[in-house]
Design a protein around this ligand. Structure first.
Ligand SMILES: Nc1ncnc2c1ncn2[C@@H]1O[C@H](COP(=O)(O)OP(=O)(O)O)[C@@H](O)[C@H]1O
Ligand SMILES: [Mg+2]
Length: 287
């Protein structure tokens, strides 16, 4: 009898990507269920391993980390794991990991207060971007055109409650050619790359950007795989940007890979859900 590992897709919301993933497991004949992390609890001394492998698709950052930690303590393979989610969920930690691995990123700084961020912005030069440390889908990214706009925006930032919101992530604005690049890496291997095309700064698919296949150059492959390794992610969506000289810079690494736009552009060349399912089944069998 073949080994049929009990696998789980952990997600508080089952959207199109999660549905595709669940179908992909089924098509591979693997027993996989959906579990809602909002209903999970666990006794600290409960050593029961209910699952053989977990695909962590939880959208809530804190829940995703704690669910992963809890399961990892039992020895369950969790993809992605808690350590990598913590790095990817924080743009500054991601920048430090990428720079630490010798990878190219736009000039980036973290101001520990809005006042320090103003000095950092002056150093980086205008226009620049302020990004939320923990955001995604292009949310709350502001283009700062000049110093007077920086002063105005930082005054708002200063008025926000809580010390976390007073940390200000600032980055050089890159005059990209109306697109950026999304590369997906799985188990250290590039699945492919697509252009995300949109008017304006934010080319997130969640904001309506269109996608087109992008020739996977040796440089894209090298940078995307190295970015996934630097952040410790088994599955990663790496965002890259081309500067005015055509040089590639890494923007961020997403641990919870949204792949509908990517899949649409790639067509028959790769089946992302199937590849992810195959990868988790492989990890669960090895364990
Ligand atoms: N330094 C930059 N210069 C120009 N565009 C940028 C820069 N940083 C991000 N962007 C664009 O903003 C959008 C969101 O960027 P990203 O850093 O990946 O944040 P998010 O986590 O919100 O997706 C993307 O379309 C990206 O191309
Ligand atoms: Mg992004």
């Amino acid at each position: 009898m073949s080994f049929r590992p009990g696998l789980v897709v952990l997600a508080s919301q089952v959207r199109l990507d999660e549905r595709r993933l669940l179908e992909a497991f089924e098509q591979r004949g693997a027993q996989c269920e959906h579990a809602d992390p909002r209903l999970l609890w666990s006794l600290a001394d409960d050593r029961t391993r209910r699952w053989h492998g977990v695909l962590n698709r939880e959208i809530g950052q804190v829940r995703a980390v704690y669910a992963a930690r809890t399961l990892e303590a039992l020895g369950v393979p969790v993809v992605n794991d808690a350590a990598s989610i913590e790095v990817c969920g924080d743009k500054w930690r991601t920048s430090l990991a990428l720079v630490g691995a010798g990878l190219p990123i736009p000039r980036t700084a973290l101001g520990l207060t809005p006042q320090a961020a103003l000095t950092a912005l002056d150093q980086i030069g205008y226009p620049a971007l302020i990004k939320p440390l923990t955001g995604s889908w292009g949310r709350l990214i502001v283009q700062i055109r000049d110093r007077s706009m920086a002063e105005e925006v930082l005054e708002y930032v200063k008025a926000l409650p809580g010390p976390q919101s007073h940390l200000v992530y600032v980055q050089e604005f890159i005059a990209k050619p109306g697109r950026d690049i999304r590369a997906i890496v799985l188990g250290g291997e590039l699945l492919g790359a697509v252009y995300r095309i949109a008017d304006g700064i934010r080319t997130n698919v969640a904001r309506g950007a269109s996608t087109q296949p992008c020739q996977e150059s040796a440089e894209i492959t090298k940078l995307a795989v190295a970015a996934a390794t630097a952040t410790g992610t088994d599955i990663a969506a790496v965002d890259l940007i081309e500067d005015a000289d055509g040089r590639l810079l890494i923007l961020e690494v997403n641990h919870r890979v949204e792949f509908s736009g990517f899949q649409q552009a790639m067509g028959d060349r790769v089946d992302v859900a199937d590849r992810i399912a195959g990868y988790l089944i492989g990890r669960a069998e090895r364990w």
